[in-house]
Design a protein around this ligand. Structure first.
Ligand SMILES: [Zn+2]
Length: 70
């Protein structure tokens, strides 16, 4: 089995291996010191936002050249 560093699962639903964008958004919205991460669905529920809002936020951060996103 291949060892994966930085493998992060959603704390709520257990979704495996969150994407770089999902992790980046957690850091942006919850603070860089966060140690639990949410997938987009659970993050949206947590923040009372829609997934669409989160996706457009990711696009905005990317346009700003934020290195947390790809
Ligand atoms: Zn989740």
């Amino acid at each position: 089995m291949k060892k994966r560093e930085n493998r992060i699962d959603c704390i709520v639903c257990g979704k495996k291996e969150l994407s770089k964008n999902e992790i980046g958004l957690n850091k942006k919205l919850l603070g860089r010191e966060v140690y639990v991460f949410y997938c987009l669905d659970c993050l949206a529920a947590e923040l009372n936002l829609t997934v669409e809002k989160l996706l457009s936020a990711i696009e905005n951060f990317k346009e700003q050249g934020c290195i947390l996103f790809e």
